[in-house]
Design a protein around this ligand. Structure first.
Ligand SMILES: [Fe+2]
Ligand SMILES: [Fe+2]
Length: 246
């Protein structure tokens, strides 16, 4: 089962990380889910696949009532990101799913109707959670053609979906990156193959370099914290992506 751990807490503002599941079937890619709570309000980031729904739901239950969740943010359309949508809607049919406008007629194949989706324009938008402003910021073509990240200016946390993802070997389950050089070896193959545009990558690196970020939270693998945030952006800016090696 997954567990929810607080990675940030200041007053009534909190981030829970629902991280790796040691009991998940080995044929599934492991995922991290994050719940941003402000007062009584919350938003669930990349809720995960239908297969892991029971584990995510019970993991959140240890710290927050998951039936109260009425907002979801999906960084993109992948099944490991949002195929659990119909299950969340069974608990709360009023959930609103914030996702790139590009995917609002594709993701309903996973559940929901015309009222479920809040289309995010290509330039991004603000999402209010209990009076706290979060910012959906563009990350198109990294890797999806309609892809957004979510920045929390209060916690200084950037949720980056598949950017920063690492497919860690069994047993490596620390919450935060501990040895950057060792960790990044588990991220390199993934980024080379999945990140389709070198120009999009350079634009993203330039944009996030100017932002105040204490933690960079990916959907797979460990969280980058402190100096490792800059190390990751520098590493990614130099990485050759967008072509298969012949
Ligand atoms: Fe993906
Ligand atoms: Fe993913």
């Amino acid at each position: 089962m997954k567990t929810a751990r607080a990675i940030y807490e200041e007053g009534d503002h909190k981030w829970l990380a629902i991280t790796r599941d040691p009991n998940r079937p080995s044929f599934l890619v492991d995922t991290n889910e994050y719940l941003v709570i402000h007062g009584e309000d919350s938003i669930l980031l990349d809720p995960g696949g239908s297969e892991v729904f029971p584990s995510v739901f019970s993991g959140i239950s240890t710290a927050f009532d998951p039936r109260k969740i009425d907002k979801i943010f999906a960084s993109h359309q992948d099944p490991d990101v949002i195929s659990s949508l119909s299950m969340w809607l069974e608990f709360n049919p009023n959930i609103r799913c914030h996702i790139s406008w590009l995917w609002t007629s594709f993701v309903p194949h996973f559940g929901g109707n015309g009222d479920t989706f809040v289309p995010i324009p290509d330039g991004g938008m603000d999402i209010m959670v209990g009076g706290q402003r979060l910012q959906a910021i563009p990350a198109h073509y990294l890797h999806s053609s309609g892809n957004l990240h979510l920045y929390d200016p209060k916690a200084k946390i950037l949720f980056t979906g598949d950017v920063g993802a690492a497919l860690l070997p069994p047993g490596e389950d620390s919450l935060f990156v501990e040895d950057f050089d060792r960790h990044i070896r588990s991220a390199e193959g993934f980024h080379r193959r999945w990140m389709g545009s070198d120009k999009a990558k350079r634009d993203w690196c330039a944009r996030v370099s100017s932002m105040d970020i204490d933690m960079l939270c990916p959907q797979h693998g460990a969280i980058y914290k402190g100096e490792d945030v800059k190390r990751f952006i520098d590493w990614f800016s130099r990485l050759d992506v967008g072509m298969l090696k012949s």
